[in-house]
Design a protein around this ligand. Structure first.
Ligand code: F0G
Length: 451
């Protein structure tokens, strides 16, 4: 029987109530939050799509493993299980736990980068870029040109431009490039995947020049699924086999286990380089903790050990990716401009095309995000001029889907809310700033509607 309905491959054992508010209440709340959704109390949000990071639901197996947490300071059994699970998938010699992804980034760039160095990536995530720059190096984004055009469909829009990588190496010299990175999937580029062919190609160039290749693996399982369904020769392979093959083409990774680790906190850093691993562990002890816990509780290590494996299950990935695509396809079919094709963890609305009557100075992304909250209690995040200032290349609103949290009826509700806002788009007013912090202003900015 052909099954059209997307059903969640799990049943629900524990529920967390979410709260309705009236439109009048939401208007009041929006004013109190100065039209900045970061400033809203989470209890007043009905569907929270601010991020897919740390917001997932754990499984019964994960909760059972939590009870097995060994809280010994050194050499705990939980660390042994954590390392075994990660090595099974990633295959790297050294596994270093950290409290989340950015801690792994800080340690990696702290030991590998110095002033004047250059780090290429398909697209650096914000914290990745900030940590490269904090180490004195330059972060260069080399995604293929297709990856910069929101409306253009391409199966692997997260791919790195290999010719641009070779040019960069020629221009600055191998000695100034301590490592290259691939972010799978490419979050800042719309959650778009990288193909195995591209990984192989980038790996070959790196190897020829003696440059280590690292993965920002936060959404590695979703990337593996896209390879399975979109790349020739992979349909018969399991997501795990695909992930194993991909990681075998590199030398290490950073990981935020808050995404495809299916955990609420945690991360890790992997490398095959013994000397580097020693330096990284020395730094880890200074700021995170002893190398067998790295700032996490034993129970967190257990949750990640199980989560890494569950994130690769086919039923889960099929549901996950089709549910995100369902949201994107249903709104796009009515004309709503989105980044195409739908990404793995999120749908990105193109606010400039959605609200062409608003100039960029009036923050179309923030105005659209505020309207989605007003209409349906939905919280999203602006990725545009409010976040990046004049450097913003696009005005996007990200709807990030937490893992295993919302059901298909929640997704249908989201479609209704977005289409209602789309129908009334001409009435949406722009916003202006009344307060901004000197850096990372989007977290605390205050705004008000323009008359
Ligand atoms: N790399 C990528 C690709 C990410 O998306 C994130 C976090 C990090 C690294 C940093 O990991 O948060 O555990 O320190 N992304 C979140 C988001 C915050 O909302 O996209 P972290």
């Amino acid at each position: 029987m052909p099954i059209k309905t997307i059903i969640e491959p799990f049943r629900i054992k524990s529920v967390e109530p979410i709260r309705w508010t009236t439109r009048e209440q939401r208007l009041q709340l929006l004013r109190q939050a100065h039209y900045n959704l970061f400033l809203l109390p989470a209890v007043d949000v009905l569907i929270d799509l601010l991020t897919d990071s740390g917001t997932g639901a754990m499984s019964t197996h994960q909760w059972a493993a939590v009870m097995e947490g060994d809280e010994s300071y050194a050499g705990s059994r939980s660390f042994e299980r954590f390392r075994a699970s990660i090595q099974d998938v990633f295959g790297y010699r050294h596994v270093i736990p950290t409290h989340q992804g950015r801690a792994a980034e800080r340690i990696l760039f702290g030991v590998t980068c110095k002033k004047g160095d250059v780090v290429p990536n398909n697209t650096h995530f914000d914290t990745t870029r900030a940590n490269v720059e904090f180490a004195g190096a330059e972060a260069v984004d080399l995604v293929i040109p297709e990856g910069r055009q929101p409306a253009l469909a391409h199966p692997f829009k997260g791919n790195m431009d290999v010719a641009a990588l070779e040019n960069l190496i020629d221009r600055v010299g191998r000695d100034r490039i301590p490592l290259a990175m691939l972010t799978v999937t490419n979050n800042s580029g719309g959650g778009q995947p990288v193909s195995m062919e591209n990984v192989r190609h980038v790996g070959k160039v790196c190897r020829r020049h003696g440059i280590p290749l690292y993965f920002d693996a936060a959404r590695f399982a979703e990337n593996a699924w896209f390879i399975k369904v979109r790349e020739e020769g992979y349909s018969d392979k399991t997501p795990k086999e695909i992930a194993q093959e991909m990681f075998s083409l590199g030398d290490g990774c950073t990981m935020s286990a808050k995404k495809d680790g299916l955990a609420n906190i945690g991360g890790f850093l992997c490398t095959n380089n013994d000397r580097l691993a020693q330096q990284e562990k020395d730094l880890l002890i200074l700021t995170e903790g002893y190398p067998t816990y790295g700032g996490l509780a034993g129970r967190d290590l257990e949750a990640i050990a199980v989560g890494i494996q569950e994130a690769l299950e086919e039923d889960y990935l099929r549901y996950r990716i089709s549910s995100t695509a369902y949201l994107g396809d249903h709104i796009a079919a009515q004309g709503v401009p989105i980044v195409q094709p739908p990404g793995g963890h999120a749908i990105y609305l193109d606010a400039r095309a959605f609200l062409p009557h608003l100039p960029v100075e009036q923050f179309p992304g923030a105005a659209l995000a505020a309207e989605l909250y007003l209409e349906g209690g939905v919280r999203s995040v602006e990725i545009g001029s409010l976040m990046f200032g004049p450097a913003a290349q696009m005005e996007l609103v990200r709807l990030a889907i937490p893992r295993r949290v919302y059901t298909q009826s929640h997704i249908d509700y989201l479609v209704e809310v977005i289409l209602e806002v789309w129908r009334n788009r001409e009435r949406i007013r722009g916003l202006r700033l009344t307060y901004e912090a000197p850096f990372l202003r989007h977290f605390t900015a205050r705004l008000e509607p323009v008359d």
